[in-house]
Design a protein around this ligand. Structure first.
Ligand SMILES: [Zn+2]
Ligand SMILES: [Zn+2]
Length: 99
C-alpha cells in the first residue's frame, strides 16, 4: 500500500501524526493540526488515520443527476463519475458528496 501523507489543513497548517497507546497497549494513530489543533480520533494505523483526515479535508461536491440514454444516474459534480446511491464520498475524486 502506498504511504500517503495527510493533506494540508484548511487553516494552512501542516498536519502531524500522533501516536498513543490504547487501554490494551496497542499503538493508535491520530492526525492533528498543530496550528488550529483539530484532531481526528485515534485509528488503528497511520493509513486509516490519514485517510480519515484527508476525507475530512476534501472538498465537497454535489450529486447531479444527468440522464444517460433515458436513465437518470447519480454523478459527482466534481469529477463527473457515477457514484453509488447514498454514498457519502465520491470513490473517484474523494469529494464529500452532498445529496
Ligand atoms: Zn489547522
Ligand atoms: Zn468525484
Amino acid at each position: 500500500m502506498k504511504a500517503e501523507k495527510p493533506v494540508r489543513c484548511g487553516c494552512g497548517g501542516e498536519p502531524e501524526l500522533c501516536h498513543a497507546r490504547d487501554f490494551s497497549g496497542i499503538i493508535r494513530t491520530s492526525v492533528r493540526c498543530p496550528i488550529c489543533e483539530i484532531q481526528t480520533i485515534y485509528h488503528q494505523d497511520d493509513e486509516e488515520a490519514i485517510e480519515r483526515w484527508n476525507r475530512a479535508m476534501s472538498p465537497t461536491a454535489k450529486v447531479i443527476h444527468p440522464e444517460i440514454v433515458g436513465q437518470r444516474i447519480d454523478e459527482c459534480s466534481r469529477c463527473f463519475q457515477e457514484v453509488q446511491k447514498g454514498f457519502p464520498y465520491c470513490p473517484s475524486c474523494g469529494a464529500r458528496l452532498v445529496w
